[in-house]
Design a protein around this ligand. Structure first.
Ligand code: G
Ligand code: G
Ligand code: MN
Ligand code: NA
Length: 253
């Protein structure tokens, strides 16, 4: 497969770039976090979407070195922002299944935090429900990661198969409600019902909630009314390069 061959060269050639999208407090629209999202700019093929190449990287196992690069870059950048004097924020990194179940994963995080000097509570790993589907295999790894003091969140919440029974047993602190439920939440009664149930359940379980894919101010207002504390989406900012993201820190978006 052609894309696979190009991908092998992408890291070496510096074609991969990390973009950042703010996660804001709904109260004042100030960033409390940044999600790192990979971008691949190929000189001939142009911009290749992660939706296209992440699955290929996952299949070939190449996601492991790519994921290592992403984690390193994200932690280094967050530490840099702190050293530049910005109000500290949490950096979130998407973790794929192959990466999560790599036997050296936890150890590599320990080394990474040591190397970059980033305190563990400023790092968050986003893991999808799919990755945690086999709870008995996932649980010991999640517990190891939690013991390091880093944050864990469930990404794309509501699109997978996670049983509510396990939700309180998983050592995760946050749910990121999938953007498909946020769309038109101001007028779609089904979406309102789903999101308001997730919010009330999360309050009971002591979980934080981020609404993803907020694009319109009406959606933000509906989320506020339902007591949603954190949000992310084009309304505040698209994913942007580090130089631009740095300028958003401390701003009301
Ligand atoms: O940013 P965008 O919407 O194009 O991302 C598309 C998909 O790629 C999303 O599901 C996102 O989680 C995933 N993705 C983006 N960056 C990374 C990354 O660094 N690692 C992994 N595993 N997935 C990523
Ligand atoms: O799977 P995950 O939630 O990590 O993927 C996030 C994806 O959603 C990224 O590709 C990001 O670019 C995209 N995204 C972020 N904000 C918005 C938004 O407001 N609307 C839409 N449609 N996509 C968004
Ligand atoms: Mn994500
Ligand atoms: Na998501």
């Amino acid at each position: 497969m052609e894309i696979e061959l190009h991908l092998r060269k992408a890291v070496e050639l510096g074609q991969l770039k990390l973009y950042y999208q703010p996660i804001v407090s709904t109260a004042n629209a100030r960033p409390v976090g940044m999600e790192s999202l990979i971008r691949w700019f190929h000189p001939e093929l142009g911009a290749i979407s992660p939706g296209e190449f992440i699955p290929v990287a996952e299949e070939t196992g190449f996601i492991v070195p790519i994921g290592r690069w992403v984690l390193e870059e994200a932690c280094r950048q967050n530490k840099q922002w702190q050293q530049d004097g910005f109000t500290p924020i949490v950096i979130s990194v998407n973790i794929s299944s192959r990466q999560f179940y790599d036997p050296l994963f936890t150890e590599s995080i320990v080394n990474l935090l040591h190397r970059t000097g980033l305190e563990p509570h400023w790092l968050e790993l986003e893991i999808t429900e799919g990755v945690m589907m086999d709870i008995h295999t996932a649980l010991p790894i999640l517990k190891e990661l939690q013991a390091l003091g880093i944050n864990l969140s469930i990404d794309d919440f509501g699109t997978g198969y996670s049983s509510l029974k396990y939700l309180k047993e998983l050592p995760v602190g946050k749910l990121k409600i999938d953007q498909s439920f946020i769309k038109h939440i101001d007028s779609n009664v089904v979406h309102t019902a789903i999101v308001s149930s997730v919010l009330s359940m999360s309050r009971q379980l002591g979980l934080e909630v981020v609404a993803e894919g907020v694009e319109r101010v009406e959606e933000l207002n509906a989320l506020r009314e339902n007591g949603c504390v954190f949000a992310q989406g084009y309304l505040f900012s698209h994913p942007v390069p580090a130089e631009v993201a740095g300028k958003l820190l401390g701003e009301s978006l």
